[in-house]
Design a binder for this molecule. Structure first.
Ligand code: SAM
Length: 273
């Protein structure tokens, strides 16, 4: 597993350098790499999707352990390096912005049950939210996130950081803060400390893709009441939202940040039935 020396020599060998605007901070701590792979519980029956493989710190082991391995990487300059380690093990890399990627481009045998990513921090939230919508059957996600984002993922109702990321990840699964990763575990070091988290799909979950737009609309006008934000988004009219809130024992003046994740599901059900 890659240490700092190896990362630097791969970058030199392939004439590569980290592009800051693409959130490229390459993992160079073998202990952290090993722990992420352990959390992913990859066996020869696992179908893995990696978002942003970079120069392959996680990919090299993941592709050799998995039954199926697909990566989505935005930066074509990694092509030569990634081909060398992934193609020979039967995996494949799709060169695409994950945010533009259509899950229907995967063969049914490639639809992942495990997702791993040392996430590019500049698009972390939209990637996590898109994964939930793209792969609601996925069993486990193992993500490296920056500390500030970790706080938003685990935020509780009534706090400033509470929003769609906290609500939707909570509805999807059981979230766990696994361990903290210091800046020196990356080349180049990012500005903040990072953390590895896991999200394990809830037993019996029946994910509804409508939840994403509903929750995002509820928070879109953060300082407005739910009656105003949901009607402005065209989800429902004011009278219905007010009635649904009363039915739930909430005041008509309730704002999105007051509702727990289960209450969003209840409100969605009342308004869409
Ligand atoms: N997995 C590698 C590692 O751990 O060393 C690289 C992680 S680096 C933090 C993030 C990676 O995501 C980079 O390879 C970057 O090019 C890629 N990336 C950035 N934006 C992306 C996007 N929108 N879609 C797919 N990959 C992206």
């Amino acid at each position: 597993m890659m240490n700092k020396q190896e990362v630097l020599s791969i970058l030199e060998q392939y004439g590569l350098s980290a592009t800051k605007s693409l959130g490229q901070n390459f993992l160079c701590n073998p202990d952290v790499i090993g722990r992420i792979l352990e959390l992913a519980e990859i066996s020869d029956s696992t179908r893995v999707l990696e978002i942003g493989p970079g120069i392959g710190a996680l990919s090299e082991e993941a592709v050799s352990r998995a039954g199926k391995y697909v990566a989505v990487e935005i930066d074509r300059s990694f092509f030569e390096r990634l081909s060398a380690i992934i193609d020979s093990c039967g995996g494949r890399v799709i060169y695409s912005d994950y945010l533009q990627f259509a899950p229907s481009d995967l063969d049914p045998s490639e639809v992942p049950d495990v997702i791993i990513s040392n996430l590019p921090y500049y698009v972390m939230t939209p990637i996590i939210l898109k994964v939930l919508a793209d792969f609601p059957e996925c069993r486990k996600m193992v993500y490296m996130v920056e500390e500030e984002a970790e706080a938003r993922i685990f935020a509780k109702p009534g706090t400033k950081q509470y929003g769609p990321l906290a609500v939707l990840t909570e509805l999807f699964g059981v979230k766990k803060k696994e361990f903290i990763v210091d800046r020196n575990s990356f080349v180049p070091p990012p500005n903040t400390t990072s953390a590895v988290i896991t999200i394990t799909r809830r037993e019996g979950l029946s994910w509804k893709n409508g939840w994403s737009r509903f929750v995002e609309s509820a928070f879109a006008l953060r300082r407005k009441t739910l009656v105003n934000s949901l009607s402005a988004a065209g989800i429902s009219d004011k009278v219905k939202v007010a009635g649904a809130l009363r039915e739930m024992g909430r005041q008509e003046t309730a704002r999105a940040e007051e509702l727990g994740p289960d209450e969003f599901v209840r409100l969605y059900e009342i308004l869409t039935k």
